[in-house]
Design a binder for this molecule. Structure first.
Ligand code: GLU
Length: 358
């Protein structure tokens, strides 16, 4: 039985085909969570559905522009969504809390630890946090790809034993799920499987995310040491089945890798916050990915683009221009350039502050 889980619930699980909140389903979800909560399982919810529930409340949404529409629908809908949860949890004597976040709240380590503190204090007091992105004030260009990304971040930050990503499909298939020949994949390793070769990029009706982003988030989160289950949230008893690991309901599980140290967990989600880019040669790439703990020396760097200060995060690209990791600079770009030809100068990125994508 898992003792701590982060559960992401997609808009498609919470809404009916007509777009209204599916009260019966939400009630069934809260019943399962309440029972597990009473058994001592620490549960964090990441719930979508604000925009969808806003749509059912505002009969004529403004045709102004997509941003204003999202702001209006999410701010109206979030109230309804969380009050629905609160009423249902209340029937079980459980208190829940609303935590609305933006991507910027995870930007610096200080912000990140502040978020972590908030969720920790809620859990310590037996309160179920219900997190959503603050769609009303988020700047479009700086938003999470979707709530799956947010949920992966939260699960990693809070060291949940498992992350459940619940939508209205059964999991990841080896082809288009609507085709009869496609088969559900029950287990995926956290590295080495290229999901884009068989997962369709098709998006769901009400939410922002698609199966490919779900799969990628799942893979990254699993690589950080958290078991990830992508499952169908519309199936009765699914949450209890996953927590108890009964395995009765078919779904996709991503096997967890070795847990990352805390600082690397934060870095794993910081690709959007880097100050500069460094390109490395093939030899350096091979060395970084070898089983030995290896720091990044200037000797392995072929190009630095952008300036940075000591402590800034750097995006690390391989010789093909592919982002392979994030590292924290041990000194500034001026010093790096001054010592560029000095093969023995201390590493630009120390291994302890280097995160490599799986
Ligand atoms: N935050 C959005 C909402 O609550 C959903 C984002 C997503 O679909 O992942 O409506």
């Amino acid at each position: 039985m898992y003792k701590s889980v982060t559960i992401k619930i997609g808009s498609n699980v919470l809404t009916r085909p007509d777009g209204k909140l599916d009260l019966e389903r939400i009630s069934h979800i809260t019943d399962q969570i309440a029972e597990l909560h009473d058994q001592g399982v620490k549960i964090i919810l990441v719930s979508s559905g604000a925009v969808a529930s806003g749509r059912s409340l505002v009969s004529k949404p403004p045709k102004k522009d997509p941003v204003s529409e999202r702001q209006l629908l999410s701010s109206v809908g979030q109230v309804k969504l969380v009050s629905t949860y609160a009423t249902l949890f209340d029937q079980h004597g459980i208190t829940c809390a609303q935590v609305l976040v933006t991507k910027q709240d995870f930007r610096t380590r200080e912000h990140y630890l502040n978020m972590k503190n908030c969720l920790s204090v809620l859990l310590e007091n037996n309160i179920v946090p219900i997190i959503n992105e603050n769609d009303a004030v988020s700047v479009t260009a700086l938003m999470f790809t979707d709530n799956d990304e947010l949920a992966g971040l939260v699960a990693t930050m809070m060291n949940s034993e498992a992350l459940f990503i619940l939508s209205n499909v059964d999991g990841i298939f080896n082809g288009n799920p609507s085709e009869p020949t496609s088969v559900l994949i029950e287990e995926i390793h956290n590295t080495g499987t290229d999901l884009s070769s068989f997962v369709t990029t098709q998006k769901s009706n009400f939410g922002r995310g698609g199966m490919l982003t779900k799969g990628r988030i799942a893979q990254n989160t699993a690589a950080a040491g958290i078991a990830v289950h992508i499952a169908n949230g519309t199936k009765p008893g699914i949450i209890a089945d996953l927590v108890n690991q009964t395995g009765e309901i078919a779904h996709t599980k991503f096997l967890p890798g070795t847990p990352h140290p805390a600082v690397k967990k934060w870095m794993a989600y910081s690709a959007g916050f880097t100050s500069a880019e460094v390109t490395i040669n093939q030899g350096a790439r091979d060395a970084l990915f070898s089983p030995r703990a290896t720091s990044l020396l200037l000797a392995g760097i072929t190009n630095i683009s952008g300036s940075f200060k000591k402590g800034d995060l750097l995006r690390i690209l391989d010789h093909n221009g592919k982002t392979i990791g994030i590292g924290k600079a041990q000194y500034d770009s001026k010093k790096a350039e001054e010592h560029f030809s000095d093969k023995k100068f201390k590493p630009l990125v120390h291994y302890d502050y280097l995160f490599l994508f799986p």
